[in-house]
Each structure stands twice: as structure tokens, then as C-alpha cells.
Design a protein around this ligand. Structure first.
Ligand code: 0RA
Length: 635
């Protein structure tokens, strides 16, 4: 490795731009921006550790909660004179934007960049900052305020060893809130100590009078244990697969299959979490898939009739991938996706042979993993078959599968065909006898329909009444809905004109609205309007649909004057003779229908059990339809 000289630092500019537009450098001045200052300084210390120069990192959150010291036992920050600026190197590093070492090409760097690139940004945004560097047999110190030196570099005295400490206090004229969150810092340090094994990270929270040491001798293996435990997943095999390679880049990987049903992979590049994945994760998935598949194929382990997908192979997998690379390119809005294209094949070709080799040398482990994968494939195929069966049943237009209680019409499928969904068996019987059987089908439903307001489709289809309805309609349900397969031109709900009837109608409308809304938006759904009153005058019976008709009948009677009219409210469809039902409610020439639409203003959070009468009209709008005229009703 080349030795450092101050001339190796490239200098670009001063710090005014940082104070003017802090957001450009740290993302913002909120809590995330504030903590970004810590990560910048910490990254410098981690760079030293990552490259083998430091083994101990200390972070102290001071008693005031608004100042921090980060220390490391790395090489110390150089203090010799920088020829271009005539300033000492430490001062250049902390006061010049983009000052960084251009030596040490073989070193890995964190986000902050190597050798204090981010240090000047932190300095610019700090009310005070003090750096000490132990190097060349002495302890050196320099102090700054808002990025400007307030003292020359001082030699405090002779010292043994090397290392750096940076104390800083964020500037309250920049940050509205300057208190750090100890838990956020501790979490970051914990992860860092897993990723950089052998490094001992000590966190002291002075306010809480609490010291924590983060040190994980097994690195990622320890991290994996923690993640698996957090996910409460049972493991499929004991010892995880581990891979550590260094050839131009450093690859550190651990994998373990669990009985969880999802896949959980965490990845890091130069210690930075890549939550959105990227090229390295693609390479990992590719290599992992191929390695396992090769093993399965070589040993002929796939059972007959099972086909294994890449997702099956990764089901239940917990993995942690940590890479150190030289020129990471991060992408995406949050810069948490790696974009170096060469890494796909680099990681793939590193993982695949190593994994295959491991499987071949740990046969009982490999067998447990393959059994887990085959189970995943079988479960997937079984659930797909079950899904297909439900769909087939639900959307079948095959007459043989129609529900037994459906009295179908002789010409289903035509535009003029209709299905009446009728409440109760007795009303169903009347309707069945009174209907025009060429084009009117009757489906009686028994009892209250399931409330589907917030019920999964699977639960809905367990309900016999609704499953029968879906089958009778023939157009499927949910994702499989297909309007072109609807077996009738109109879907008409026929319920009593009382509150119970209203309730049932509303439950049915809610089911349609939730699980086959296109039926409604295409104007296929109607409410039949059975008469409201029965008027007996002598031997004659009149069924009237509304108050206006009632008035007309009574007026007529007053003229003719044949006995006292007896007015009763309509009691229920069951009491109606088939012929009367036909004339008042079924006959397209004389009946009234209400077409149901969804109002623009959806009332989504009502409890359906309470949705009746007026409440129902909050969600649905009813359009009166007669032979020619249509008028809007205000129910
Ligand atoms: C510039 C050059 C060298 C090390 C560093 C900076 C350095 C910076 C920080 C920040 C926190 N801790 C640090 N440790 C070292 C290389 C010096 C050499 O080649 O000896």
C-alpha cells in the first residue's frame, strides 16, 4: 500500500454551499438528516475497520443528547502540510468539500466515501467540532465552529498508537431539533458490528448511563440467527450455508431455509443497506436457483408430476448478503438499490458452485432442503388446483352444475332473460308457478344471506346460498368475473316490501357490490317492486303498488260504492297467488323495477347489519324503470 502524503488529497471547494443548502448533502434537516451526520462520521471509522486498520469503534451520545463523539483505533488522520493549500491535511479534510484521498485504490469505501469525504459536511453543519488524531507519536487536535477552524492544529503531547476521535454538536440554527435518538444509533451500530465481524463497537449513552458493546465474532452467522429468531421461523437445517470470498470484491453470504412461507433476504453493499435490492441480489437469486436446481437434477430428486419453480426454491429462505466493492453505484429514489451491472454475473458465478459444493458435501442437510422445496412446489400446485376448482364451479355455465333449487328458464342467455332471486321457499313456489318460464328463472334463497361487507372471497364461497347464486349467474366472481358469461339479461332481487325484505335485498346488493361490482355498473341489477297494499272491496281484490294507486282505487270505489273497502298492508310474497304475483310483480308489461346503481359517494364503513331502508340508499341509487319511462327515486 502506498504511504500517504498530503498532496494526494484533491481539493474542490469550501463549505458555504453546504450551509446554504444542507438538504443537498444530507437529504434534509429533520431527524433523518440529523442522524445522517452520525453515519458520515461513523462511516469514516468503519472504512478504517473494513480495510483492516481499526478493530475498535466507540460512539458516545453525550449527556445533553445533542452531541456525539465517534472514535476509532485506525491510522489516525494525517496532519502533514498539504502543498496546494499550505494547510495541514486534517484541516483540509474537515474544511474542504470533496476532499478525499485518491490513493489507496484497493480500499473499500462506505457511502460517505473514503477518508473523510463526509467529514467536511458534518463540520459545516456543526456548531462545534473537535478532531483529535493520534499519529506519528503524538496526539493532535484542531477545533472548528460552523466549519471554520477556531484554532490551529495543536500538538497536545506525545502519544502511543494511532487513532481518531471526532466530537461534534449539530448547529441548532440549521436543525430545528438537535436531539439524537439513542435507539436509532444503537440499531445502526448493531447491524454494523454484524457486517464487520471482529470489530468491537461500543456505544455509550451518557444520559441513560448505559454502555453497550456490539461485537459478533461470527458476523453474518450471528446476524442470521437473530433474524431467524425475530421471524420465529423453525429452521429446516441446523448449520447455515456460509460463503466468504475475496477476489477483487468481497462477498459475505449466509443462507438458511426455514419453514416460513416467504423469502427474506437482506443485502448490504459496503455496509450500506440495499433495501431495494439490485444487481447483486439478482445475481444471488440466479446463482442460488441454479445451484439448487443442478443438485436436484443431478440426483434426480424431483418427484413425478411435480415441477419446481425458482420461488419454490426460495420459499422460507432467510439470507444475508454483504458485499464490499470498489465503485458502488446506487440508484433509485432512496439510493438503496445497487446498479453495478457486472455484479449480476459476479455474484451468480460465486454463489452457484459454492452452494452446489456445499449441498453435495452435506447430503442430509441437502435432502432436508430439497424436501422443503418439493413441499413448497406441491403446496403451490395444490392451492392453484383448489383455486381453479372454485373458479370452475363458480363460473361454470354448464347446466349440469347448476344448483338444484334453481328453476331455470328455457332460454337463458338472451338479453330478455331474467333471474329472480327470491326470498324464501314459499315465495319461490309462487314465483315459480306465476312466471313466464321461457325467460324467467327463479332462484329461491333461504334465510338471511351472509354479510359480505368485509369477508374474503374464499369465506363468501363457503356460503351455500351465495355459491349457488354465483353458479346460477354463470359469470364467476372476484378476479374471475366475466360479464360476457352472465346467463341472464337482468338480475332481479325479489324481496318482501318490509324491513326484513329490505335487509335481505341490501345484503344481496352488498355481495354483488363487493364481489361482482361490474354487474352493478353495467346496469344488470334490479329490485322488483311487489305491491304495498291489498285492498278488498266486496269480492274484489286490488293490489296497489304505491299511495297514488291506492288513492285512485279508493276514489273509484267511492263512485261505485259497493261495500266498505278493506285496506291491508302487503304481508309477504308468500301469501300471493301465482297469478297475482305475475300481474303485479313479474309481468314486464305491468310491473315496476328499480334499477340499482352505486352512488358516487360510497359509504364504505357502515356495518351492513345496520344497513336498511334509507341507509341502503346511501350506497345504492334506485332508478325506477317502467316500460318506457325512467325516473330517479329519492328513497
Ligand atoms: C486520510 C488519510 C488516511 C486516513 C484518514 C484520512 C482517516 C480518516 C478518518 C476519519 C475517522 N477516522 C479516520 N481514520 C483515518 C490514510 C492515512 C495513511 O495512509 O496512513
Amino acid at each position: 500500500m502506498s504511504t500517504y502524503t498530503a498532496k494526494d488529497i484533491t481539493v474542490l471547494e469550501g463549505l458555504e454551499p453546504v450551509r446554504k443548502r444542507p438538504g443537498m448533502y444530507i437529504g434534509g434537516v429533520g431527524s433523518a438528516g440529523l442522524h445522517h451526520l452520525v453515519w458520515e462520521i461513523l462511516d469514516n471509522a468503519i472504512d478504517e475497520a473494513m480495510n483492516g486498520h481499526a478493530a475498535n469503534i466507540g460512539v458516545t451520545l453525550h449527556e445533553d443528547g445533542s452531541s456525539i463523539t465517534v472514535s476509532d483505533d485506525g491510522r489516525g488522520i494525517p496532519v502533514d502540510k498539504h502543498p496546494q493549500t499550505k494547510k495541514n491535511a486534517l484541516e483540509v479534510i474537515f474544511t474542504m468539500l470533496h476532499a478525499g484521498g485518491k490513493f489507496d485504490q484497493s480500499a473499500y469505501k462506505t457511502a460517505g466515501g473514503l477518508h473523510g469525504v463526509g467529514a467536511s459536511v458534518v463540520n459545516a453543519l456543526s456548531k462545534e467540532l473537535v478532531v483529535t488524531s493520534k499519529r506519528d507519536g503524538a496526539l493532535w487536535e484542531q477545533r472548528f465552529r460552523q466549519g471554520k477552524p477556531v484554532s490551529a492544529l495543536k500538538k497536545l503531547g506525545p502519544a502511543r498508537g494511532t487513532g481518531t476521535t471526532v466530537f461534534f454538536r449539530p448547529d441548532s440554527t440549521i436543525f430545528p431539533k438537535t436531539e439524537f435518538d439513542a435507539a436509532v444509533i444503537a440499531e445502526r451500530l448493531d447491524v454494523a458490528s454484524y457486517l464487520h465481524k471482529g470489530v468491537k463497537v461500543t456505544f455509550e449513552d451518557e444520559e441513560a448511563k448505559h454502555k453497550t458493546v456490539f461485537e459478533h465474532s461470527e458476523g453474518l452467522i450471528d446476524y442470521l440467527k437473530k433474524v431467524v429468531a425475530e421471524r420465529a421461523a423453525r429452521v429446516v437445517h441446523d448449520a447455515p450455508f456460509t460463503l466468504f470470498r475475496e477476489n477483487g470484491l468481497r462477498v459475505d453470504l449466509v443462507l438458511q431455509w426455514t419453514e416460513a412461507t416467504d423469502e427474506h433476504i437482506r443485502s448490504y453493499v459496503n455496509g450500506i443497506p440495499t433495501g431495494s435490492g439490485g444487481t447483486h441480489e439478482s445475481g444471488l437469486r440466479a446463482g442460488l436457483g441454479k445451484g439448487v436446481r443442478n443438485f436436484i437434477d443431478t440426483h434426480n430428486l424431483t418427484p413425478k408430476g411435480v415441477s419446481i419453480t425458482a420461488e419454490d426454491i426460495r420459499e422460507g429462505l432467510v439470507g444475508i448478503l454483504s458485499l464490499l466493492i470498489h465503485e458502488p453505484q446506487f440508484q433509485g429514489q432512496t439510493k438503496d438499490r445497487l446498479n453495478n451491472p457486472e455484479l449480476v454475473s459476479l455474484v451468480d458465478s460465486t454463489v452457484r458452485p459454492a452452494l452446489e459444493h456445499w449441498l453435495n458435501h452435506n447430503i442430509s442437510t441437502a435432502e432436508a432442503i430439497v424436501a422443503r422445496i418439493i413441499l413448497a412446489a406441491r403446496a403451490r400446485e395444490a392451492s392453484r388446483a383448489a383455486q381453479a376448482e372454485v373458479t370452475r364451479k363458480a363460473s361454470s355455465s354448464n347446466r349440469l352444475n347448476l344448483p338444484g333449487k334453481l328453476s331455470d328458464c328455457t332460454h337463458p342467455g338472451s338479453d330478455t332473460s331474467e333471474i329472480f332471486i327470491v326470498e324464501g321457499d314459499s315465495a319461490g313456489g309462487s314465483a315459480k308457478q306465476g312466471r313466464d318460464r321461457t325467460r324467467q328463472a327463479i332462484l329461491p334463497l333461504r334465510g338471511k344471506v351472509l354479510n359480505t361487507e368485509s369477508v374474503s372471497l374464499a369465506k363468501v364461497l363457503e356460503n351455500k346460498e351465495l355459491a349457488d347464486l354465483v353458479t346460477a349467474l354463470g359469470c364467476g366472481v372476484g378476479k374471475n368475473f366475466d360479464l360476457t358469461r352472465l346467463r341472464y339479461g337482468k338480475v332481479i332481487i325479489l324481496a318482501d316490501a318490509d324491513s326484513d325484505g329490505n335487509h335481505i335485498a341490501t345484503l344481496l346488493l352488498t355481495f354483488i357490490y363487493r364481489h361482482m361490482p361490474l354487474l352493478m355498473t353495467n346496469g344488470k341489477v334490479f329490485l322488483a317492486q311487489p305491491p304495498l297494499y291489498r285492498i278488498d272491496i266486496g269480492k274484489e281484490t286490488f293490489w296497489v303498488l304505491d299511495e297514488a294507486q291506492k288513492a285512485t282505487v279508493l276514489k273509484q270505489h267511492a263512485k261505485n260504492g259497493r261495500g266498505e273497502p278493506e285496506i291491508t298492508r302487503f304481508k309477504g310474497l308468500g301469501e300471493m297467488m301465482p297469478k297475482v304475483l305475475w300481474e303485479t310483480t313479474l309481468n314486464p308489461k305491468t310491473r315496476r323495477l328499480l334499477r340499482v346503481e352505486v352512488t358516487d359517494q360510497l359509504v364504505t364503513d357502515r356495518i351492513i347489519g345496520e344497513l336498511m331502508g334509507k341507509d341502503a340508499s346511501a350506497r345504492f341509487r334506485f332508478i325506477m324503470e317502467r316500460a318506457e319511462e325512467a325516473e330517479e327515486l329519492d328513497l
